[in-house]
Ligand binder design. Structure first.
Ligand code: RTP
Ligand code: MG
Length: 142
């Protein structure tokens, strides 16, 4: 097997997804795709972690709402490993706005609004490393 494109990425089931009981469905999709779960925990994100996670959006008008939403209930934080996992997981999620998400993607299948769009995925290798470091200690990745 070629392993040159092996990557780790940070995936998250957002509070709306957890609240709606979508965790098993989303984990099943990850398993069927063939990614390896190398870290997983259900947690309420501390405000400081949420602000750091979404720091790129600090000046955007929706930042306050975004931080309130993401800290407003438990999430499932997941470290995924697989061939091209960063872009592959983003492809499984679909576009940020569910109205633009391709059929069969998580956001097309389970979400109706941009604000509450069920999952998160790192958008680059740099983001993946940064976000995995925010949510997991090295010894939690197995
Ligand atoms: P994410 O970071 O959560 O995986 O989503 P993304 O890359 O597809 O989208 P991004 O541009 O990074 O935006 C982060 C999250 O902010 C919320 N958002 N709200 N009201 C709005 O116009 C707006 N725009 C973005 C969404 O929850 C989006 O996932
Ligand atoms: Mg993003």
């Amino acid at each position: 097997m070629l392993t040159g494109g092996m990557e780790r990425t940070f995936a998250m089931i957002k509070p709306d997804g957890v609240r709606r009981g979508l965790t098993p469905e989303i984990l099943a999709r990850i398993q069927r795709k063939g990614y390896r779960v190398v870290g997983l925990k259900q947690m309420v994100i501390p405000r400081e972690t949420a602000e750091a996670h979404y720091a790129e959006h600090k000046e955007r008008p929706f930042f306050g709402e975004l931080v309130s939403f993401i800290t407003g209930g438990p999430v499932v934080a997941i470290a995924l490993e697989g061939e091209n996992a960063i872009t592959g997981w983003r492809a499984m999620m679909g576009a940020t706005n569910p109205a633009n998400a391709a059929p069969g993607t998580i956001r097309a299948d389970f979400a109706t609004t941009t604000g509450e769009n069920v999952t998160h995925g790192s958008d680059s290798p740099e983001s993946a490393e940064r976000e995995l470091g925010l949510f997991f200690k090295p010894e939690e990745l197995l």
